[in-house]
Design a protein around this ligand. Structure first.
Ligand SMILES: Cc1ncc(COP(=O)(O)O)c(C=O)c1O
Length: 425
């Protein structure tokens, strides 16, 4: 036992190993002992083919090979190359043009979607502040917040509707926002949609309308004149929800934002162009004034300088090449549709089987994951591991990565999960 401290905890709980990594190691060990066919690894957050190989868009990887050092070896500007910034907006927004909706947008490159979340939190909250997100959420939000001295607060996201099915609770969200804003002047709210990780849920356009109306109303409360909200919309899975144009329609709702409500769209090329390891993404604000948009750009670039400096240039140049060649872009979009269709078939197959047998599920719409609510997820996962099924226990249930297992397995594991749940009753 050491009597002195080197690493400072700083309010963080640093585990000995990453939770999912540990489960993966156990899955690998069982594969060695029993063989690949005896093990289901539903833990991996990347889209794999039915044999467990990473699915990569060929049309994208071909561009890598054609790159010349003079195109990528130099530093990129801190906020991203000017061409990349334009392309980032197009990739994130599709046909949506913020200026047509009275919005001012500025884009800043980040290393993956993670970088944007980090700098979004650091700039729009103060040390010690709460950052609000859904109770079902991607756990790195808490890691990122903790790293920079912030804390995550959550709202109960899904409550049973009149038909008994779980529904997104706008009122729970509003209650938490109002409560936190009593104690702090700015609040970062992170919503991950469409095709939320870990549930696959997508916020509908109608619900988006209620959220924007509700948040704007809170900002109109007497005495709240100095309060402001940064709404970080993490769209990491936007191209794995369904029709790409349809799933961007919600963006127009932001024209109705109160001027002190600032939407920031966090986009990632990790999944959308299968460039996970390239670390490419960005944040784009949709401000009601030029001044707020300019402040966003300056602050986000400043934070980039103070965290990772500039983002990698190579992926910015690759993405710029793809979007600068309409034929190539068409091929990329088509190829992506093929892998998205494969993914959605898996998710729907799981959902269908789950419904048939009465397995409770958080409403799945699309994306890499489905979730099963349970109050003892660790024990359910432990029992499943005995049968060679490796899933991820979360605070409120079990996460299944339909991205990493075949459609056939998606049809068979709901029964296995339900059997273990029944065992624990
Ligand atoms: C919900 C969510 N947001 C953001 C990201 C950002 O990923 P990256 O930094 O790899 O682009 C991920 C990746 O798994 C995610 O699941």
């Amino acid at each position: 036992m050491r009597e002195y401290i080197l690493v400072q905890g700083n309010g963080r709980n640093i585990p000995k190993e990453d939770g999912i990594f540990g489960i993966n190691m156990r899955a690998k060990k069982m594969i060695e002992e029993k063989g690949q066919g005896e093990v289901v690894n539903g833990t991996i957050g990347a889209l794999l083919d039915d044999d467990g190989n990473l699915l990569v868009l060929d049309s994208v990887t071909k561009v890598y090979g054609d790159m010349k050092p003079e195109e990528y070896a130099a530093y990129a500007p801190i906020g991203g190359t000017p061409k990349f910034k334009k392309v980032l907006k197009r990739a994130a927004f599709g046909d949506f043009v913020p200026e047509d909706h009275g919005l001012f947008s500025e884009a800043v490159a980040t290393p993956g979607g993670t970088g944007g979340i980090r700098n979004g939190i650091s700039n729009y909250s103060a040390p010690g502040d709460y950052v609000l997100t859904s109770d079902w959420h991607w756990s790195p939000y808490a890691t990122i917040a903790g790293e920079i001295g912030r804390r995550i607060a959550t709202f109960e996201t899904f409550v049973p509707g009149s038909g008994g099915e779980l529904e997104f609770s706008v009122s729970n969200l509003m209650d938490r926002v109002e409560e936190i804003l009593l104690k702090q002047n700015t609040l970062v709210v992170i919503l991950n949609t469409p095709a939320h990780n870990p549930t696959g849920y997508s916020i509908s356009e109608a619900t988006w309308g209620e959220i924007i109306e509700g948040l704007s109303q809170i900002l109109r409360i007497e005495g709240y004149e100095k309060k402001a909200i940064a709404l970080y919309v993490d769209v990491a899975y936007i191209d794995f929800a369904g029709d790409e144009a349809l799933y961007r329609k919600f963006l127009r709702v932001f024209e109705k934002c109160h001027e002190r409500l600032l939407p920031i769209i966090g986009y990632s090329f990790s999944k959308t162009l299968t460039m996970y390891g390239m670390r490419c993404g960005g944040s784009i604000c949709l401000a009601k004034s030029k001044d707020v948009a300019e402040e966003f750009r300056q602050a986000m670039e400043f934070s980039s300088r103070g965290s990772w400096s500039n983002s990698p240039r190579l992926p910015q140049e690759i993405v710029t090449k793809i979007y600068g060649d309409e034929k190539l872009l068409e091929r990329v979009v088509l190829e992506r549709k093929e892998i998205r269709d494969l993914l959605l078939e898996r998710g729907k197959a799981f959902e269908k089987k789950g419904k048939e047998i009465g397995l409770p599920m958080v409403p799945y719409d699309g994306g890499f994951f489905v979730s099963i609510p349970h109050d003892n997820p660790k024990e359910v996962c432990r029992l499943l591991e005995e049968d060679g099924i490796f899933l991820v226990p979360l605070a409120k249930g079990i996460r299944v990565s339909v991205a990493s297992i075949s459609k056939e397995i998606c049809k068979s594991i709901p029964e296995a999960i339900l059997e273990k749940i029944k065992k624990l009753v």
